[in-house]
Ligand binder design. Sequence first.
Ligand code: AMP
Length: 114
Amino acid sequence: MADCLFCRIVAGEVPSESVRSTESTYAFRDVTPQAPVHVLLVPRDHYDNAAELANAAPAVMVELMREAGAVAADLGVADSGYRLVFNTGAEANQTVNHVHLHLLGGRAMGWPPG
Ligand code: AMP
């Protein structure tokens, strides 16, 4: 989608700091990190949210989760712990409507989230 920020990042039209890449997924650093490790994982194809991705392309959803585990290991937070979050919709503060999995780690995190 031409007006989608994360489609443009996947296409290389908007710069990003790459972390990992597969044929169908891309992982890059969040530009406003909320933890020492804050990575966004996206499918290369556009889906608005996690449910839409899971219904339309379940294998890609599984790959996204597998890649999240690999990112956590690569960046040294697999053992200390990390949080995976799909913000979905306005009240969850989803600001980019291209499904993205937040991976946060490197500090203790409270629960419930704000
Ligand atoms: P959400 O609020 O769940 O939609 O998350 C969107 C995330 O995208 C936020 O954490 C932003 O900091 C992040 N973000 C926005 N623009 C960029 C960008 N150009 N590169 C990397 N991350 C971005």
